[in-house]
Design a protein around this ligand. Sequence first.
Ligand SMILES: [Zn+2]
Length: 165
Amino acid sequence: MEEQLFGLCGMNCNICEGYLAVKYDVNRQGLKARYCTGCRARKGKPCAFVKKCKFLTEGEVKYCFECNGFPCGHLQQLDKRYRTYYHMSMIENFKYIKEHGLNRFLEKEEEKWKCPQCGGVISCHNGICYSCGIDELKAVEKVRLWTKGNKSSSVMEMKEDKNGQ
Ligand SMILES: [Zn+2]
């Protein structure tokens, strides 16, 4: 997995639905996904999370875990949402990286999120492989239309992201 795609907040953008949507260009296959090229590629257009933190926006720290306030309430909130719905934790990611380094973290992630069918990457946001799971993705998108207020889906996140821009 690419190091450039490890986010400032501890998110591994390699497994994010927004990044995987770009990587596999799923909208060309009939989906209406939100595209994101990854947190470090969005310079000048930070996500809702980064925007709220002056240490990150002003470049005083490169990653949240380098901050004196780590983990701040802001990050803990995000972390809780990811632990609850998306099978991962930014804070745990940082703890691992502190001990073993970013390279080993990315190796471990590659194994963790590898699709057993095709070897592609599974997204933490929906558990779907973006390489062989296009039909599954289309089904999920349809379901979303009928489940308004389903906070476990990424609909909430999309809203948040829009507000943040
Ligand atoms: Zn697959």
